[in-house]
Design a protein around this ligand. Structure first.
Ligand code: ATP
Ligand code: MG
Length: 435
């Protein structure tokens, strides 16, 4: 029997989940400013949706899929990425129709699944936050979307990052480059990895994305795709660079970068973290343009642009850069109750406070006063309300402002009926004592 989590997965525990919430909340607010709406697609899809989109010769499809046949003999797979399912949904729900805004902009957050060798920043269940914009061929869309990703990292307080771009051009570009790349690699056929040998004629671009040492020596000297851009592809890429300059966004061009998915066209990009210790898992955001995928999955020809960020890698970056995220959960009031006879009153008090819309907690373990005050302190409670046998008899409760240590007794009726006023009064008292 094995009561351990599956290899390559994580339990995201309280204490850490707050960080996840902060990251997701920051993304939601920022994406809203850019007019993106949330989409939630199934965690599993028909195998074909992924294999057709991502490409049969990619690592993702050929090695990393969590696919299986369900009880109805359907070939399905846990989703390895977010774009293909969203394109499937876009086509299926006819979101290209005239009644929908153009471009149609969506974001998502959630788990993705890839059967990989687990290591730091590389998991089998990992999480992405991503966006997709459908309908715009304008290079300004490429640039504002990359700018949004950079804005996001800036808002989180991440500083040591680099934007790397390349162009994969259009169909004409790819055809010309394909031939040049095969011609360059063929003489070295015997020295390539088995994977690359197999892929050389099927999909030579994959060789450039190989992580195998044997292939890497040839990649460095490979012809540059930028020398094969068609006229239209050149115009698009030049416009992207010009617009990045106009926004004073610095970037590097890496003509060997091809990305691990087949669907990209024109602009592709990665945002790399230069924080120490990220190793080979330094890419925290990746994406690009995919102008033919909607058509490929049966929709009207629709240009598109998107990216995905790895949440686990963002957390590693935050840690490495020693960024402290603000705490989201503050406690307004903690109720200390002394003696069993106060149990009911304490219950009524916390519930009253919560009903007024404040956060509140209390002791339910029958602990001594000291331990309860310690809990209040640890939770960062703004107010501590104390009730013992004497107070209960008099129908009162002691309220203490933790910032100023000032105390005042209120009637229990005040708490039940006007806790908002009590809260205001105590807050004023604490502010006055600050001056
Ligand atoms: P890599 O080259 O690191 O394998 P990839 O090209 O497979 O990345 P994408 O499919 O473009 O990555 O995914 C976008 C982002 O999702 C990556 O930049 C990374 O931050 C994150 N990511 C991808 N795979 C994993 C994984 N197995 N574990 C954790 N994060 C991942
Ligand atoms: Mg990968």
């Amino acid at each position: 029997m094995n009561f351990q989590r599956p290899k390559g997965t994580n339990d995201i525990l309280p204490g850490v989940s707050e960080k996840w919430q902060f990251i997701e909340e920051t993304a939601r607010l920022l994406f809203r400013d850019y007019q993106y709406q949330e989409i939630r697609t199934p965690i599993f899809e028909h195998y074909e949706v992924i294999s057709r989109s991502v490409g049969d010769t990619t690592d993702i499809v050929s090695k990393e899929m969590y696919d299986f046949y369900d009880k109805g003999e359907r070939h399905v797979t846990l989703r390895p990425e977010g774009t293909a399912p969203i394109v499937r949904a876009y086509v299926e729900n006819k979101l290209y129709g005239p009644e929908f805004p153009k471009p149609y902009k969506m974001f998502y957050t959630g788990p993705m699944f890839r059967y990989e060798r687990p290591q730091k920043g590389r998991l089998r269940q990992f999480h992405q936050i991503g966006v997709e914009a459908f309908g715009s061929a304008n290079p300004a869309t490429d640039v504002e979307t990359m700018a949004m990703a950079l804005d996001f990292f800036k808002q989180l307080g991440i500083q040591q990052i680099r934007l790397v771009i390349n162009s994969l051009g259009d169909k004409e570009t790819r055809q010309a480059y394909r031939e040049a790349l095969i011609a360059y690699l063929e003489p070295h056929f015997a020295e390539l990895s088995e994977d690359s040998q197999r892929r050389l004629h099927e999909n030579p671009l994959r060789v450039l994305d190989s992580k195998d040492k044997r292939d890497k020596q040839f990649v460095a000297e490979a012809p540059s795709i930028l020398d094969y851009l068609s006229e239209a592809a050149k115009v698009h890429f030049e416009a992207v660079k010009e617009m990045l300059d106009a926004l004073e966004i610095s970037y590097e061009v890496d003509s060997n970068m091809v990305r691990g998915l087949d669907y990209y066209t024109h602009t592709i990009f990665e945002i790399m973290s230069d924080a120490p210790g990220m190793g080979a898992q330094a890419t925290i955001c990746a994406g690009g343009r995919y102008d033919h995928l909607v058509e490929e999955l049966g929709g009207e020809p629709t240009p598109a642009f998107g990216f995905a960020m790895g949440v686990e890698r963002i957390l590693l970056t935050l840690e490495s850069e020693e960024v402290v995220l603000p705490a989201l959960n503050e406690l307004d009031a903690y109720v200390v109750s002394l003696g069993e006879e106060t149990n009911v009153a304490a219950l009524k008090v916390v519930q009253a406070i919560r009903n007024f819309g404040f956060s509140a907690d209390r002791d339910v373990m029958g602990r001594k006063a000291k331990a309860q005050f310690k809990s209040a302190d640890k939770a960062g409670a703004k107010l501590v309300l104390t009730i013992g046998g004497n107070e209960l008899e008099q129908g009162i409760i002691n309220v203490k402002g933790m910032a100023s240590r000032q105390e005042k007794a209120f009637s229990l009726t005040d708490i039940y009926e006007h806790f908002d006023d009590v809260y205001d009064e105590m807050t004023m008292m604490m502010m006055d004592s600050e001056d």
